[in-house]
Design a protein around this ligand. Structure first.
Ligand code: SAH
Length: 362
């Protein structure tokens, strides 16, 4: 078996080079070729001897998952469906904006958390993605959109907001983050790389120690009773513990606030009363609140809040002195919007069967 060098961070590549009897600077050369130049052919690595290139060809490879489908939305949002084997496929989304470009990356094939309003959750769970499968999404998008690490590069920000719960795949996600931050690879600043979590408290603490980047937390509810229903992991890590972890995180975070995501579900969590409750809930946590209009998917049980309810909700937050924004829906015509990423998941949790039984019983 050859080693796929895409999944190795600088430390990993140094160890690999040492195994070949090569000096550590070879690792730096490899990093630049692979991640900055987007090269997947050792023969193009012209600052290495022919003999070394041949050795590399014999024992290593640079391979990303195959693209099954490539779609572009009317607003320029781009989505790739990538084959990760055995019937599983994941999705990556690029969202161009006026002065930045954000790549939204998946961390798992499916998701084990079962948030009731999320299409990835409804698909079930198959497995964690490897480091190479995670970083390949950036590698591939960078190659497609134009490479380079100049100021005008197309991908200026990365958000771990695709399929899966990043903190449930901790080690592989952190190794991929290290590559995103490494100046010899993608050189992104910590403030421009965001991990989004449904609220895995121990994972938040571990991330703070291992690789503090910007943190987004999917809050979605203003009290535990409601959050238990929407984000079931709340039963294990209730809001108070979650907010305490957020405050601890801020000690080492690259930005001085936590981004709370709040999906706007019509008649469920979007009243003025909920907004007031949210204000007092987060009063001790420096934060910004991002309101996400719910995006529908096949068999989703919710409806999006009316635009005036969303605006009213935001106004209550702002009047109380909180910073609140309404997320613009992007790419929904190709199902690339928040919560619509489903890829293809060979569910190992029998979730779909269970959902069907529930549906029949209702
Ligand atoms: N598991 C992580 C990463 C996923 S991020 C997390 O929960 O944060 C995807 C974001 O989109 C999360 O905030 C998620 O709650 C939100 N989301 C999920 N389903 C949605 C839907 N149908 N409409 C709008 N947002 C949704």
């Amino acid at each position: 078996m050859t080693v796929n060098l895409l999944g190795l961070d600088q430390e990993g590549l140094k160890a690999f080079c040492a195994g070949l009897g090569e000096k550590p600077y070879r690792a730096r050369q490899l990093l630049r070729w692979i991640h900055q130049a987007g090269v997947d052919d050792f023969d193009l690595m012209t600052d290495m001897s022919k003999a070394l290139r041949t050795r590399l060809q014999d024992c290593a490879r640079i391979t990303a998952p195959r693209v099954i489908r490539d779609s572009t939305a009317g607003d320029g949002t781009h989505k790739w469906l990538l084959d990760v084997g055995t019937g599983n496929a994941i999705e990556t989304v690029f969202i161009p904006e006026e002065n930045r470009g954000t790549l939204c990356i998946s961390s798992q094939a499916g998701c084990a958390l079962e948030c009731s309003f999320c299409s990835t959750g409804a698909q079930g769970f198959n497995r964690n993605l490897s480091t190479e499968e995670i970083i390949s999404q950036l590698w591939w998008a960078n190659r497609c959109l134009g490479r380079g690490v100049s100021a005008d590069r197309p991908i200026s920000n990365v958000v771990m907001m695709g399929m899966g719960e990043p903190l449930a795949n901790f080690d592989n996600v952190v190794a991929a983050l290290e590559l995103m931050l490494d100046d010899l690879a993608y050189g992104l600043s910590r403030r421009r790389v965001t991990v989004s979590t449904a609220g895995l408290v121990p994972g938040i603490d571990r991330l703070r120690d291992a690789c503090p980047v910007a943190l987004a937390v999917s809050l979605h509810a203003s009290n535990d009773e409601l959050r238990d229903r929407l984000v079931p992991i709340n039963r294990k890590y209730p809001i108070k513990e979650l907010l305490a972890a957020c405050v601890r995180y801020l000690d080492r975070a690259p930005r001085n606030f936590i981004m709370f995501e709040y999906v706007m579900l019509g008649g469920v969590n979007d009243s003025v009363g909920h907004a007031r409750e949210l204000v007092s809930l987060v009063k001790d946590v420096p934060c910004k609140i991002n309101l996400i209009p719910f995006n529908a998917f096949a068999d989703s049980r919710y409806v999006r809040s009316a635009p005036d309810s969303i605006a009213r909700f935001r106004d209550v937050l702002m009047q109380a002195g909180l910073l609140a924004t309404i997320r613009k829906t992007r790419g929904d015509d190709i199902e690339a919007a928040c919560g619509q990423l489903a890829g293809q998941v060979q569910d190992r949790t029998k979730r779909r069967q269970r959902r069907n039984v529930e549906e029949v019983a209702r």
